[in-house]
Ligand binder design. Structure first.
Ligand code: URA
Length: 191
């Protein structure tokens, strides 16, 4: 296992799959190294690739609002993606690309040892929760993965496309808030 600095350096030089060819920046992850809650998205889009930070576009603003609705701040969690380099034309990352990148995420999880993992959307949930996970059916459900509580929310981009999903997402967020109160020791939730 690498420490944060060595891991980030390895990731920045990564050529494990062909996505490196199109990247402006590696989007390693952002947030507190003491975070108890880890959000995992799919992969960088255009804005993220340009700025080197996850969820900075319109979806990122919505993610901040979603967290804010339960008193959670970006600075108090950690946000990473399944793949650290932007897939062309914002297509879904391919399984081989997720596989090639998974070691970095595993190392991030090993360093953080989060109490709660929140998968943002189908791609992250399929890999982290597994089984025959279906986002429309299984969002908001809790799973135990090696002692860590894991759940999935609709991806912010999906909520931008289909705002009718927002009320159920708010229910899922309230369940997340309750779990944070139950198992986290130092994750602030503002009123
Ligand atoms: N979508 C994601 O899944 N991750 C990002 O960082 C940005 C958009």
């Amino acid at each position: 296992m690498l420490d944060w600095e060595a891991l980030e350096a390895a990731c920045r030089g990564c050529k494990n799959c062909s996505l490196w060819e199109g990247r402006t920046n590696v989007v390693f992850g952002v947030g507190s190294h003491r975070a108890e809650v880890l959000f995992i998205g799919e992969g960088p889009g255009e804005n993220e690739d340009l700025q080197g930070e996850p969820f900075v576009g319109r979806g990122g603003k919505l993610l901040d609002d979603m967290m804010g609705s339960i008193g959670l701040r970006r600075a108090d969690v950690y946000i990473a993606n399944m793949v650290k380099c932007r897939p062309p034309q914002n297509r879904d990352p391919m399984n081989a690309e997720v596989d090639a990148c998974l070691g970095y995420l595993r190392n991030q999880v090993a360093l953080l040892r989060p109490k709660i993992i929140v998968c943002l959307g189908r791609v992250a949930a399929a890999r982290v929760i597994g089984g025959d996970f279906k986002i429309s059916r299984d969002h908001g459900k809790w799973y135990d993965r090696g002692g860590t509580r894991v759940m999935a929310l609709f991806h912010p981009a999906a909520l931008l496309r289909d705002p009718r999903r927002r009320p159920e997402t708010f229910e899922d967020l309230k369940a997340l808030q309750a779990a944070i109160r139950e198992v986290c020791d130092h994750t602030p939730l503002a009123d």
